[in-house]
Design a protein around this ligand. Structure first.
Ligand code: ADP
Ligand code: MG
Length: 667
């Protein structure tokens, strides 16, 4: 059967479907409903809850009336069911006036909202039959109801249109339903439980293919340089730092040292909340590499972070006899030439730098370990560029450090191609940043507080509201705020200003001045560099806090509380559950988990701009499936050479997800 044989599809609509990637009956059957209307049960009007969609059996108490307002129509009616009353409103559906009469009863499906103090159903659907009814999102001019009728035409022939996609052993082992049953049920549910089973089957398949694609992209484990384990060296390293490693630091370092000595190239992601001490872990790994005669490259996003890392590196590694140096984009040519010579000649054991480290002209001397810190734009391609600069026949070990906590299940999905360690413990003696929601009425007190802190030699960050997507508007706002504060409530203090579209040099210059303590207050858009350590900064103010994601707020808060002094984070806005989460916990993983629950995985991933596309239709209820499919994917991948079924699945996985995965960054 071909799509064009279906009733209701002319050439124009056919083309629109094709453009959306729906070019076969099979593809159409894999286009799932976006929602379901459940009219198997009514909800009494008295139990209508704002925001919770439900089906109500209501009697109209008034005849529907229509009003016109600037060309828009609005049909309204009053309805009730003996337990309570609801107001009905339809926008731009003037025909609804004639669909119902006073005294008539009808099944109405909608999401109650409180409008001017009254529970209202906006644009409720008139439900004609009892059941769970699939709703489809339109594709171009192909409406949802046309899609539904196309599906109706396809379903009777589904057995010959689609062949089972998963091996029989997997289906019975995981107690999944077969693909035909699953698709029939997803499109035309026969009941809540059957639908749940069908959804699980489909989610399982999608997640499995996604994980398989990740595995194949990771490729065969490559040979990596062998870096010897060295307990005494690590003991000497920790002695030099002047502190005891935390349990988490010890554990993560042991995993890394196991990887480095194992003969295969390491691919490890280290996640740790801000301040958990990831730098020390990275430097210890570099020390191990150097002791075995190898070089390490440490890549960071900004020059100022590179300089800070060099400072820590010299302090901790020089006593062990290691030599460290910098390679930055902005270097003068003589300086650069000298750096390149030291790198090529192996005079430096550790090279710290920005993207300049990737450039063609850099020749390394026995490069064995590549570390990236806070490098959110470090993609698969860059990783390859750097690790290929290792010895012939070998790939460098790769260690990716990230201060963006992600719940474990999601991390497994996003970074299934990496091994993951979590630094889940902060060094002792840290007091959490005190976090408070500040209403507008207390703004005066806030500025007085900043002034007092400044007088004590402390510094403050002021993050401007995110008012629009436009860089220009954002910059203007930051400038406005800077001027207002400088001439008003913060007069006499020294203020700096930085925003997103400023040149990199300008940003660095302002940030460096702040880091040196030359500015009391830094007014900024969200560009405040991650990872930069300004121990004297004790106050973080975030305007319009509700506009930011919880995890993002947590990241910003992590810019303070890096020294011994008590630190504060003030969230400007109305108190609510979201902001209270931040006041109540300083654990980045707990914050991320809450963020995930409040927004769902789709939004959580989308707004965080991880770049990795999540598998289709991925919802909270699928989180549990991630671990299961991960194991299954590993087993299937291992069998791909001697089991035809496994090979076919890997091929399907790649054709479905390869493009999406290639485009994306590693971190
Ligand atoms: P992050 O994980 O955010 O990169 P850093 O590596 O910058 O954290 O460490 C934050 C601070 O904690 C640094 O000043 C560092 O010297 C200190 N630190 C790291 N590990 C320990 C430890 N085990 N005990 C005490 N302080 C530590
Ligand atoms: Mg760091």
């Amino acid at each position: 059967m071909l799509l064009k044989e279906l009733k209701g599809l002319g050439p124009k609509r056919l083309q629109e479907l094709e453009r959306a990637g729906i070019d076969t009956p099979e593809a159409l059957l894999w286009r799932f409903p976006t929602d379901y209307i459940d009219s198997t049960r009514d909800t009494p009007a008295a139990q209508a809850a704002p925001g919770r969609a439900a089906c109500f059996c209501l009697t109209l108490q008034t005849a529907p009336t229509v009003h016109y307002l600037r060309g828009l129509s609005m049909v309204t009616a009053e309805a009730g069911d003996g337990t309570g009353r609801l107001r009905l409103v339809w926008f731009n559906q003037p025909w609804m006036k004639n669909q119902l009469k006073a005294g008539e009863s009808a099944l109405l499906y909608g999401r109650p909202e409180t409008v001017k103090g009254r529970l209202t159903l906006n644009n409720p659907k008139l439900v004609k039959q009892r059941g769970i009814i699939a709703q489809y999102a339109p594709v171009g001019s192909v409406t949802g109801s046309l899609l539904s009728s196309l599906i109706d035409q396809l379903l009777p022939g589904i057995d010959s249109l689609i062949s089972e996609t998963l091996p029989e052993s997997l289906i019975s082992g995981e107690r999944l339903c077969g693909i035909h049953e699953a698709l029939r049920e997803v499109h035309r549910p026969t009941g809540g439980e059957a639908l749940a089973r069908a959804k699980r089957r489909v989610a399982f398949e999608n997640l499995l293919l996604y994980q398989l694609a990740l595995r194949s992209l990771r490729g065969e484990d490559q040979r990596g340089p062998v870096i010897a384990q060295d307990g005494p060296l690590l003991s000497a390293f920790w002695r030099g730092t002047g502190f005891e490693p935390t349990g988490a630091q010890r554990r993560v370092l042991a995993a890394i040292s196991g990887d480095l000595s194992g003969g295969r190239a390491m691919r490890r992601l280290v996640q740790g909340d801000v301040g958990s001490g990831k730098t020390a872990i990275a430097l210890a790994a570099a020390a191990l590499a150097a002791r075995s005669g190898y070089q390490t490259a440490l890549m960071v996003p900004t020059e100022i972070l590179a300089r800070q890392h060099l400072e820590s590196a010299e302090k901790l590694l020089a006593p062990l006899g290691l030599r460290c140096g910098l390679l930055l984009g902005g270097m003068k040519s003589a300086q650069r030439r000298e750096a390149l010579e030291k790198i090529a000649g192996g005079e430096w054991d550790l090279v710290i730098g920005t993207q300049a480290l990737l450039s063609d002209s850099v020749r390394y001397h026995r490069l064995a370990l590549v570390i990236t810190d806070e490098q959110h734009r470090f993609g698969v391609r860059q990783r390859k560029l750097l690790s290929d600069k290792s010895q012939p026949g070998q790939e460098a070990h790769v260690l990716v450090m990230s201060a963006t906590p992600i719940p474990r299940t999601l991390a497994l999905m996003l970074y299934g191609d990496l091994d993951i360690s979590v630094v889940d413990e902060l060094p002792p003696g840290r007091s959490p940043v005190k976090t408070r929601v500040v209403p507008e009425s207390r703004r005066g007190d806030l500025y007085a507080f900043i002034r007092r802190e400044a007088e004590e030699g402390h510094q403050a960050y002021l993050v401007c509201p995110l008012v629009s997507q436009s860089e220009a508007v954002e910059a203007e706002n930051a400038q406005d705020m800077y001027e207002r504060l400088r001439t008003g409530p913060l007069r006499g203090l020294s203020l700096g200003l930085t925003w997103g579209s400023q040149s990199a040099e300008e940003k660095e210059r302002v940030m460096a001045a702040f880091a040196r303590g030359e500015l009391h207050v830094l007014v900024a858009t969200t560009v405040i560099e991650v990872g930069v350590n300004v121990p004297r900064a004790t106050v973080m103010v975030i305007e319009n806090a509700d506009r930011f994601g919880l995890s993002q707020l947590h990241q910003l808060r992590g810019r303070v509380g890096r020294g011994a002094d008590e630190s504060w984070c003030f969230l400007m806005g109305e108190n609510n559950e979201r902001l209270q989460t931040l006041c109540a916990t300083s654990d980045g993983f707990a914050v991320a988990q809450k963020d995930l629950e409040l927004r769902g995985p789709g939004d959580f991933l989308g707004t965080r701009q991880h770049g990795r596309l999540s598998p289709d239709g991925f919802g909270v209820e699928d989180l549990l499936l991630i671990e299961q499919t991960r194991e299954t994917a590993a087993a299937l991948y291992a069998q791909r050479d001697h089991r035809g079924e496994a090979r076919t699945l890997v091929e399907r996985a790649l054709s479905k997800y390869e493009r999406a995965l290639e485009l994306v960054a590693l971190n």
